[in-house]
Write a protein that binds this ligand. Structure first.
Ligand SMILES: [Zn+2]
Length: 214
């Protein structure tokens, strides 16, 4: 059974998720800022963090990764097609953060489409959903779908940053809409939703064409 807590962090309000099993073995997704708060929560709830994972490499999702890794000994997992952005402040939008620097941690593993990540009793399926960035990925764990900046409640991620691709994100959303069953969708910003609700009400996810961002 996958449980989670959501901590909005930083001035961009990124949702950092801690997903954990019944033994409190955990993964931290998108530690974007506020590393002290994240590490305090990990200590308070006695989580054993096995992995820090990124949905994509944009500064607002990654800035606390180094501290959380240093504080927990977790391994660092990054979508393969966003690896280069770790070392490219233009692609990571690091200049927005006033930090024209590289992130000085290296991934332990690069994630590709349909990879499986096992952490304790958690089994996480990687669904590569390019568009917001080339490597943007969703993570499915039990009934949870962590959607990063690909799918939001009622909206989708921007595609006008370096590496963005509006045609690719529409293909990615199509793929998500074809997933069997329903999921609790945990986006990178804003409230949670469900896949069924987004298929019904999100203009970017239904086939009418209305709302397409071209
Ligand atoms: Zn982003």
């Amino acid at each position: 059974m996958a449980n989670y807590i959501c901590m909005p962090v930083g001035r961009m309000g990124v949702n950092c998720y801690i997903v954990y099993d019944d033994d409190r073995q955990a993964v931290v997704v998108d530690p974007g800022s506020d590393s002290e708060r994240i590490i305090n929560a990990i200590k308070k709830y006695n989580f054993k963090v096995i992995y820090v994972m990124l949905t994509h490499v944009h500064f607002d999702h990654i800035l606390a990764a180094g501290d959380v890794i240093a504080g927990t000994g977790a391994k660092f997992l990054v979508p393969k097609d966003d690896e280069a952005a770790l070392y490219d402040p233009d692609r990571s939008l690091m200049y927005f953060a006033g930090q024209n620097t590289e992130l000085n941690i290296k991934p332990d593993r690069l994630l590709s489409d349909e990879d499986t990540v096992k952490a304790g009793k958690l089994e996480i399926r990687v669904v590569h959903t390019p568009g917001h960035t080339p490597g943007s990925s969703c993570y499915i764990c039990g009934n949870l779908l962590i959607s990063g900046d690909t799918l939001f409640a009622g909206s989708i991620g921007r595609t006008d940053f370096p590496g963005g691709d509006s045609a690719a994100i529409m293909c990615s959303l199509n793929r998500l809409s074809e997933l069997e069953g329903d999921y609790t969708v945990l986006p990178g910003h804003g409230p949670s939703t469900t896949l069924a609700e987004e298929k019904r009400g999100n203009p970017y996810m239904n086939s009418s064409g209305y709302g397409f961002d071209y």
